[in-house]
Design a protein around this ligand. Structure first.
Ligand code: GLA
Length: 781
């Protein structure tokens, strides 16, 4: 709800309030953002200005207490006495950097306000407040947009800058050197900042830090939103936990260079800005032109970090994800990459497909290497002709064969790239991004295509579109495997526009390809999670989280992502162990138990699976299908009460009748203490049955200890044991309890873990990196 009254503008969601007013000098003073308040007078929440703070600059001689640097503002100018990080830096027609934007008027619109150039959140049930400000000495205007998504407790913000100078006048264009989407000023509450950073194969690890005086920047300069620093971040009250306390969340609907700053001032005010990174950015705005900033997303909860995550998840599923796959269950896929890399042909793939189908896969995804001279990562990118040696009858014939087996067919593309060794590069070297006088810098042997150019966009749109239609493809993996190092396009007169124009070009390509084909499930990818952001999620319903498929690593990666993005958006696959990324050996059960808290896939050479492993995978896929809605669209929470080193995740169905809990061990210690599981969010008086999901316990886990388990002594590496291990497993510990929702919230204590050489069916045998799932169902009672 948006109200415009005597006391300014009040934006209300189900559980939050956002309040600001127009000051006597026409600035927008921020009053409050936090848990919902209903009082009519803002005096209680307003930042007080009753004393002049030395060395401050007063905006007007009539009021020496009115010092912009000591105020909470919605937007602020350079050159008016605010010395914090400003949301904008403009070189004005008079050559100065001084601006003074004041209030002109407001308008309340029903629904969202879509942009012409960039993707935005959407939804009929939203409301938008448009506030216009004008510079006091020029015809430059700003429009601030606030869109309120009441049910998800989200408010989005963006800004449009317009140069309304008479095009006939001799004024030079204004130059934009920094332009944020939003700015928020709030008093400090001993805030802790949480960011999600990493690199290739170790994306979105959560980093925590107490704010210190100065400016902290969370940004990317790689041309994409990057695996280094995800655009989303959180600010939680010092005492906030997963379940309790005040937490603010921020994110940006943009896939290019982003920049978020959090400043703690000497007077304990916090300023947050978020938007396009000013790094190498400069945009000239001629008379009559306007510039639209990406939409920033804000949320706030007093129910801790999980509260903020739930709101982000609902918002993304409801107002970001588009197409026929919105809120639809994702298929279990098989992807041939880790199993084959570039070494495959039709025959090998048909063998894999047959096995994948038997295991229960619903979608077969052919990854890199199907086209041109793509037999390694040195050649072929940019070409779209199918490799006739690998597919003698063409791609459509192969796709038809897969469909005839009862699976859908999906295909990998990397359309933004070109190898120098490709037909495209030989024909159009000018399509590649490079600075003519310098040697180009390569990443994974490839160059970036210049998406600022319309003919390059059109080349991709036509070629990808043709392959999709010809082969009847129903899933696309859209990859992008290098950073953009040199931002230069000869078609631009101002190179400071390169990175943003690249993104505008890419978004056009996505729109043109996928809007007419809403039935296609799109999974974007960028060397794993190098572009995991809300801009991508406007065009792809899921994103490949990481090239690291080791489940132990994935706990950190998927755990980090879960703060900002829903499970239904996260691609997670079971792969072969020892893992190619870490050489770590992990149980097959744990590989599944982590991947099922995501969009499940399998990515390994199936021909080396033992009969027992095949049986186990079949059972895993069956289990996942039976609980898929709960995993993908249930309410996901992290539980903080696990013992040190252990991790507990849970998904609860919206009707609170079902839940699944994942218990993840980490490294096993001798004589482990007493573990428990908890489930929050169930009906306190509801009666539930809790049962461990039965898992396979392989005989060779015991090595030489087997003599304690079996009546006869056998060589642990002998033929008998090796054969037995392929066909038989021991019974794992299954626990069954009945408890009410309140007891589940308090915690259910579990059976002991393995101690010494002791084995019986009542002992939880997890070992290093072991894990268990617990299924919680409401009973009729
Ligand atoms: C990237 C992706 C992988 C795979 C390869 C193919 O690394 O993240 O999943 O598709 O490219 O080259």
């Amino acid at each position: 709800m948006i109200e415009q009254g005597e006391n300014g503008f009040r934006l209300t969601t189900e559980h939050t309030s956002y309040w600001f007013e127009v000051t006597k000098f026409g600035h927008l003073e921020h009053l409050y953002y936090g848990p919902r308040v209903n009082a009519q007078s803002p005096e209680g929440v307003r930042l007080k200005r009753t004393a002049y703070i030395g060395s401050s600059i007063a905006y007007d001689p009539s009021d020496e207490m009115y010092c912009p640097d000591q105020m909470c503002l919605e937007w602020s100018d350079n050159g008016r006495g605010d010395f914090r990080r400003l949301p904008m830096e403009l070189k004005m027609p008079d050559g100065s950097y001084v601006t003074d934007f004041t209030y002109q008027g407001a308008e309340i619109l029903s629904g969202c306000a879509p942009m012409e150039s960039l993707p935005t959140a959407y939804g009929q049930d939203a409301e938008t407040l448009k506030i216009t400000l004008k510079d006091t000495s020029s015809e430059i205007y700003i429009t601030l947009f606030y869109t309120v998504f009441e049910k998800c407790d989200v408010i989005t913000r963006r800004m449009v800058l317009e140069n309304r100078t008479d095009p006939e006048s001799p004024n030079p264009p204004i130059s934009l050197r920094r332009i944020s989407s939003m700015m928020l000023d709030i008093p400090n509450r001993n805030f802790e900042l949480r960011t999600f950073s990493g690199g290739w194969s170790r994306e979105t690890h959560m980093h925590r830090q107490t704010l210190m005086s100065g400016i902290f920047e969370n940004s990317s300069t790689t041309g994409g939103s990057s695996n280094r620093h995800n655009a989303g971040f959180l600010l939680g009250e010092g005492s906030a936990s997963e379940q309790n306390g005040l937490v603010y969340g921020f994110n940006l609907i943009y896939s290019g260079n982003h920049c978020g700053t959090v400043e703690l001032t000497p007077h304990d005010l916090i300023r947050v800005t978020l938007g396009i990174n000013p790094h190498c950015f400069e945009w000239n705005l001629a008379a009559g032109e306007k510039f639209e900033t990406p939409e920033a997303v804000m949320t706030c909860s007093n129910r801790g970090y999980n509260g903020v995550s739930h709101q982000f998840h609902d918002f993304i599923n409801e107002h970001i994800i588009r197409g026929d796959w919105k809120k639809k269950e994702r298929p279990v896929l098989f992807n041939n990459w880790e199993g084959c890399f570039f070494d495959f042909d039709r025959k090998k793939l048909m063998g894999l497909a047959k096995d994948a189908k038997e295991l229960g896969a619903e979608l077969f995804v052919l990854d890199d290497g199907w086209f041109g001279a793509r037999n390694s990562d040195k050649a072929g990118l940019g070409d779209y002709n199918v490799n006739p040696k690998k597919f003698p009858k063409g791609l459509k014939a192969f796709a038809d064969e897969i469909r005839a087996m009862g699976m859908e067919f999906g295909l990998w593309f990397e359309p933004e790239m070109v190898n120098e060794d490709s037909d495209l590069f030989r024909a159009h070297p000018e399509y590649a991004v490079r600075v003519p006088e310098k040697k180009p810098v390569l990443g994974r042997n490839q160059l970036v295509l210049d998406l600022c150019r319309k003919e390059v966009q059109d080349y991709i749109i036509e070629n990808v579109g043709a392959v999709l239609d010809e082969a009847g493809i129903s899933y696309v993996k859209w990859d992008m495997n290098r950073h953009i190092a040199e931002g230069y396009s000869p078609i631009l007169t101002n190179q400071g526009e390169f990175y943003h124009r690249y993104m505008l070009g890419l978004y056009r390509v996505f729109r043109e390809i996928f809007e007419p084909r809403p039935h296609i499930l799109v999974e974007t990818c960028s060397s794993g999670g190098n572009r995991f952001d809300l801009g991508m999620l406007c065009y792809s319903q899921q994103i490949w989280a990481s090239d690291d498929t080791d489940p132990v690593e994935r706990l950190a990666i998927q755990g980090g992502l879960s703060y900002l993005y829903p499970i239904s958006a996260v691609g997670a696959h079971v792969s072969m162990a020892p893992h190619q990324q870490t050489l770590r050996n992990t149980p097959l059960s744990t590989r599944f138990n982590v991947s099922c808290f995501g969009c499940l896939g399998y990515e390994l050479d199936l021909k080396y699976l033992t009969p027992k492993e095949k049986e186990e995978i079949q059972a895993q896929i069956q289990f996942y299908k039976a609980h898929r809605r709960l995993f993908q669209y249930g309410v996901f929470s992290r539980t903080e009460h696990a013992r040190e080193g252990k991790i507990l995740w849970q998904c609860v169905s919206p009707d609170r009748a079902q839940a699944i809990v994942g218990f993840f061990q980490g490294v096993q210690h001798a004589v482990e203490g007493y573990d428990h599981i908890t489930v929050t969010g169930l009906e306190p008086n509801g009666i539930y049955r809790i049962e461990t999901k039965a898992q396979y316990l392989y005989i060779n886990r015991f090595g030489g200890l087997m003599k304690h388990v079996l009546p006869v002594e056998l060589n642990p590496d002998g033929l008998i044991i090796r054969t037995a291990n392929r066909h038989f497993t021991l019974q794992d510990c299954v626990e069954v309890y009945e408890a009410d929702g309140a007891m589940l919230e308090a915690g259910i204590l579990l059976n002991n873990q393995f101690v010494g050489s002791y084995y019986n069916t009542q002992t939880r045998l997890l070992g290093d990196f072991g894990s268990s799932l617990y299924v919680v169902e409401k009973t009729e009672k």
